[in-house]
Design a protein around this ligand. Structure first.
Ligand SMILES: Cc1cc2nc3c(=O)[nH]c(=O)nc-3n(C[C@H](O)[C@H](O)[C@H](O)COP(=O)(O)OP(=O)(O)OC[C@H]3O[C@@H](n4cnc5c(N)ncnc54)[C@H](O)[C@@H]3O)c2cc1C
Ligand SMILES: NC(=O)C1=CN([C@@H]2O[C@H](COP(=O)(O)OP(=O)(O)OC[C@H]3O[C@@H](n4cnc5c(N)ncnc54)[C@H](OP(=O)(O)O)[C@@H]3O)[C@@H](O)[C@H]2O)C=CC1
Ligand SMILES: O=C(O)C(=O)Cc1c[nH]c2ccccc12
Length: 452
């Protein structure tokens, strides 16, 4: 194993070693010198990969590495693992794909888990997963920059720690490998060009902050956006006695969650083994019409291209209906169909003005306008990751590996199945290099000889 030049082991992460502390006090091992205003960040050498993000993708990658004897250091900005699921989803959320497509490698869901696990069951599964593989991420470590240092052949990853207490401490982690696992849904996407939000007297929020419908009982709520979040939040509002209206700005595919008792997703995966994607789309649309009726009649016209083709080319997930469509049909969820972008022109004091000029009062406006990657805000690399959207430039199945030890876990636009694929591929690739490092004196020498 490559050896370190550092002074001592970090107590909570035995895989890391302090190389140098801020302010140039090369000899100290305590935390005293770290984070002095303006001082260089303290440095920690990480023998295995640095993984950014302790969601399903980061945990799965760390577990696959651990199972094959390679340590890693997971950096997580929040105070817990699975923070997106725990803190940025609503209470009644269930996985919309059956559990067999959402399991992470090497660990099935516990017996008794229902076919579509609830959010709390999924979070408990992820907590147990981290425990089972002994993954103890460095929590409260927000990565603010990462760059490859070609001169030494290592990644320099800088994280701010302890920001909650006021004074953030910067630490630079130095590693041969960097796994980006910050997620496709790292930040809420707000529509641009909607003015007047400051003067709006009601509640304006993104679906990532929506928890439950009770708070909106009896209220008039506008949901902007009609993906799975918009549909499910509208349904939850409706089930909790709120009056929901939904902005639908474009055509979309709504599919039943199940067809003939089989999950629509499972059926798709099965059919794709035998048929081209276009034919599978035809089958799905045939059954969807049979089960849901003609969605155009309810103001939800379908795009010309099929749902799986759209998912595969743009990443846009079809809506898997869990009951909202019936509410739309019954008029319990009102549609504000507006084909123009942006659909809302501006906020008024008590509601919104739509692009066609009509105004309506709303007690709350919930943006279900999706998410974006945050990779461009911190990764100083543009060959593998696109700066425009923060995704790898190459689509699945080539999206997992870049150059110089850079990897992406969970950017396949294929949900948790994509996460498992990435984790296994990435771990396999790093394990091969790790084994070579043991065998080859050159690589081992290069690692151990590094002085930051
Ligand atoms: C509401 C919702 C429901 C979904 N349901 C399903 C489903 O049923 N089935 C399915 O297959 N997929 C589903 N998805 C897709 C979803 O993206 C994945 O399921 C999964 O959460 C992706 O895991 P991840 O680890 O890649 O990202 P995340 O779970 O988002 O984890 C990323 C982690 O990185 C951390 N992080 C971000 N930036 C930094 C930084 N700069 N420094 C340090 N840490 C950072 C975050 O705090 C977070 O903990 C759903 C998505 C949403 C939004
Ligand atoms: N139960 C579950 O498992 C759930 C899973 N999810 C998953 O989470 C991910 C994110 O889903 P979601 O949050 O719905 O995001 P999506 O990106 O899937 O959907 C965003 C929606 O907002 C619309 N939109 C964006 N900007 C505007 C605007 N300015 N005015 C009007 N409409 C706008 C989009 O329209 P357009 O299409 O025209 O761009 C689209 O309908 C998906 O992968 C989804 O499948 C989400 C909820 C529940
Ligand atoms: O939940 C999501 O958004 C997913 O990405 C899961 C998913 C991947 N491919 C699909 C095709 C149809 C519906 C959901 C998905």
């Amino acid at each position: 194993m490559p050896t370190s030049r550092g002074e001592g082991q970090e107590p909570d992460h035995p895989t890391t070693t302090i190389l140098r502390r801020g302010g140039g006090d090369g000899g100290g091992t305590g935390g005293d010198a770290a984070g002095d205003g303006g001082a260089a960040p303290r440095q920690v050498w990480v023998p295995g990969p640095v993984i950014v993000g302790a969601g399903p993708s980061g945990l799965a990658t760390a577990a696959c590495l651990k199972a094959r004897g390679v340590p890693s250091l997971v950096l997580e900005k929040d105070a817990c693992v699975a923070a997106s699921w725990r803190h940025r989803t609503y209470e009644r959320l269930r996985l919309h794909l059956p559990r067999c497509f959402c399991e992470l490698p090497l660990a099935p869901f516990p017996p008794g888990t229902p076919p579509y696990p609830t959010r709390d069951q999924f979070v408990a599964y992820l907590d147990g997963y981290a425990r089972a593989f002994g993954i103890a991420p460095r929590l409260g470590a927000r990565v603010r920059s990462a760059a490859y240092d070609a001169a030494i052949g290592f990644w320099r990853v800088t994280a701010d720690e302890g920001a909650e207490g006021g004074g953030a401490t910067a630490t630079e982690f130095v590693s041969r490998w960097l796994v980006v696992a910050t997620g496709e849904n790292a930040e809420p996407a707000w529509p641009e060009g909607v003015e007047g939000m400051d003067g709006y007297r009601g509640v304006a929020m993104h679906t990532s902050s929506y928890k439950k419908g009770d708070e909106f009982r009896g209220k008039n709520v506008l949901v902007v956006g009609c993906g799975n979040s918009g549909m499910e939040v509208s349904l939850d509002l409706c089930n909790n006695g709120a009056k929901a209206s939904m902005v639908v700005r474009d055509k979309l595919h709504v599919l039943p969650r199940e067809i003939l008792g089989i999950s629509t997703f499972g059926l798709s995966v099965f059919l794709l083994r035998w048929l081209p994607i276009k034919r599978v789309d035809s089958v799905l649309l045939f059954f969807s019409r049979l089960i849901l009726g003609d969605t155009e009649k309810y103001g939800l016209p379908r795009p010309k291209i099929g749902p799986l083709q759209i998912k595969s080319s743009t990443g846009k997930t079809p809506v898997l209906d869990i009951g909202a469509l019936r509410k739309i049909r019954n008029g319990e969820i009102k549609r504000e169909i507006l084909q123009v972008v942006p659909a809302i022109n501006r906020f008024t004091e008590n509601g919104v003005e739509f692009i066609d000029g009509h105004r309506e009062d709303f007690d709350a406006v919930i943006f279900a306008t999706g998410y974006k990657s945050n990779v461009p805000s911190w990764l100083k690399e543009e060959e593998f990751f696109s700066h425009a959207d923060g995704f790898p430039r190459k689509p699945f199945p080539h999206s997992w590996r870049g150059k110089n030890g850079l990897y992406a876990a969970g950017f396949t636009r294929k949900g948790l199945m994509g996460t498992s694929y990435d984790a296994l591929r990435i771990a396999g690739d790093i394990v091969d290099q790790w084994s070579e490092a043991f065998a080859s004196p050159t690589v081992a020498h290069r690692s151990s000889d590094h002085r930051a």
